[in-house]
Design a protein around this ligand. Structure first.
Ligand code: PCA
Length: 209
């Protein structure tokens, strides 16, 4: 069976009881399946290196058309598809395994960055049309979300066996800004627009993050 989309969220971190990214992924999956798509979901640990390794293993196993990794960005005011992953780890707080890398590369042999291969502008436009606050983000930070995003893009760019698989990262805000049902609906809209949009919409305006 072929897989249309691999969706990942994160476990709770920084003392929180839940992580909205996993809740929205969990709730989006049945909605996407109801639309006829084949969906695999995975909850990733908030751990440098290991999270990206687990995602890579899932990509190799399922060979989805699309990979959308989702994380929580608590300070944000909308859903933010990320434009670019950067080859650096710089932790402000320890990850869930106690690691606090500072100024280390994600991949020692990798380029400085990778662009998302998701149509981030078209995704934002689809959410705006649905009245959901959204903007393109120009940085996924330097913590575990960026680590996973960079590892994903590096994998997809360098492993010829995975050629043609598109992927990227989306940050969701805290539940008091966008509740889980709305975040799940937003993920559905973004996956559906990404599946049918290979060339991104040329919309102006890199919004502030
Ligand atoms: N957010 C963190 C890591 C896990 C998550 O959900 C981040 O933005 O890096």
């Amino acid at each position: 069976m072929t897989t249309d989309v691999l969706l990942t969220g994160f476990a709770p971190f920084a003392g929180a009881a839940v992580n909205e990214s996993w809740e929205s992924v969990r709730d989006a999956a049945p909605l996407l399946r109801a639309d006829g798509l084949t969906v695999v979901t995975l909850e990733l640990p908030v751990e440098f290196g290991r999270a990206g390794d687990l995602l890579a293993a899932a990509v190799r196993t399922h060979r989805p058309s699309l990979v959308v990794a989702v994380g929580l960005a608590a300070g944000r005011t909308g859903i933010t598809p990320e434009r670019v992953a950067v080859n650096v780890r710089d932790a402000r707080i320890p990850d869930n395994a106690g690691a606090s890398p500072v100024d280390e590369p994600v991949a020692a042999d990798g380029p400085v960055g990778y662009f998302s291969t998701l149509p981030v502008k078209a995704m934002v436009a689809a959410l705006a049309a649905d009245g959901i606050p959204a903007a393109v983000s120009q940085t996924a930070g330097t913590y575990v979300c960026n680590d996973v995003f960079y590892a994903l893009q590096h994998l997809l760019a360098t492993d010829e066996a995975l050629a043609g698989i598109r992927g990227g990262f989306v940050h969701v805000p805290a539940a008091d800004v966008v509740g889980s049902p709305t975040a799940a609906r937003a993920l559905v809209a973004m996956v559906e627009v990404a599946l049918r949009t290979v060339v991104d919409a040329p919309l102006a305006g890199g919004a502030e993050h």
